[in-house]
Design a protein around this ligand. Structure first.
Ligand SMILES: [Zn+2]
Length: 327
């Protein structure tokens, strides 16, 4: 046994395995990538490998150290996780602990989650440890954005970047490992933006599924209903105000599908593959030019809401503008 597979991060894991085998690990790593790609799991596996007591491949997942790491009870693997910002006091605490020899085994690993939440003072304090690390210590910093850290910190770490995963890979994973049917897997993969954690979250998310259904109804209303009846949907948008970003993403995905289907008639390019009949109906009522403009309307709605435009009015204007493109 060795590093557990983390979907889509095979190359990064291979390079870490190589460094482990050659005993060429460094004392500080910066693990970067979007939320949901597996940064914490990489940190967990790496910490386990560093502390592993086996002779051969690490982590062996068998020795006492590996088992403790697996049960989150390894005394020399510590996670620093804070609700708010990470203050200098927490880093000082870490440093005090770091100076002491390991009590169990020969290595110590500190993992700092959301390292970007360290205050400038905390980062400056950490710098001392990165400049003169104790022989037995490794620091793993986890962040969604390496640029949120001081360059003096990042330049002293080896950077491990997690990349987003090919949608086909996520789709087959959902089908093979989670028994999701092909159409649903394709939809979930498309809405995950290449983030496996997001795909798994959507799989469990009944509200997301309801929202998709509702958007299909609303886009149908835009095509079929008179303006006055279409505006009855305003109530729904108001109720879902806190989820508007997701709703507008679903709408973008929907009109993108209409555009592609209108243009190519190829159903394998469609994201909402489980709604092909509806896509076919709506495209029959719209011109290519109008669909492009509808996508543009949704994009400007997103940016208007980001710049704090009045919610109700922005949504009303969006619906009216979309309706206008169907006449
Ligand atoms: Zn082991």
């Amino acid at each position: 046994m060795a590093f557990k597979a983390i979907l889509g991060q095979e190359r990064l894991i291979e390079s870490l395995k190589g460094a482990l085998n050659r005993q060429q690990l460094t004392h500080a790593y910066l693990i970067e990538g979007q939320r949901g790609l597996g940064k914490a799991r990489i940190a967990h596996e790496l910490a386990k490998a560093i502390c592993c007591r086996a002779e051969g491949r690490k982590p062996c997942n068998q020795c006492n150290s590996c088992r403790k790491a697996e049960h989150q009870s390894h005394p020399e693997i510590k996670w620093l996780q804070e609700e708010g910002s990470i203050k200098i006091e927490a880093i000082r605490e870490l440093q005090k602990n770091f100076q002491m020899k390991p009590y169990e085994g020969t290595k110590k690993v500190w993992i700092i989650s959301d390292a970007g939440k360290m205050t400038t003072q905390a980062q400056n304090a950490l710098l001392k440890t990165l400049e003169e690390p104790p022989q037995h210590g490794t620091i793993l910093l986890i962040t969604t954005n390496g640029n949120s850290l001081l360059p003096t910190i990042t330049s002293r770490c080896q950077r491990l970047k997690l990349l987003s995963v090919a949608l086909e890979k996520i789709q087959s994973y959902l089908m093979e490992e989670k028994n999701v049917d092909e159409k649903e897997a394709k939809v979930l993969a498309a809405f995950s933006n290449g983030v496996i954690g997001k795909a798994l979250q959507l799989l469990e998310d009944e509200e997301f599924k309801e929202r998709r259904q509702r958007i299909m109804v609303i886009t149908r209303d835009i095509v079929d209903k008179k303006t006055i009846y279409l505006l009855e949907n305003l109530e729904y948008f108001n109720e879902e105000k806190t989820n508007i970003e997701e709703i507008l993403e679903i709408m973008t995905g929907w009109y993108r599908d209409l555009l592609i289907y209108k243009d190519t008639q190829k159903k394998d390019l469609v994201i909402n593959i489980d709604a092909l009949e509806e896509i076919s109906y709506q495209t029959s009522k719209l011109t290519l030019k109008n669909i492009k403009e509808m996508l543009f309307i949704i994009e400007s709605t997103k940016s208007n809401l980001k710049s704090n435009a009045n919610f109700q009015m922005t949504i009303e204007v969006m619906l009216l503008d979309l309706k206008q493109k169907t006449q």
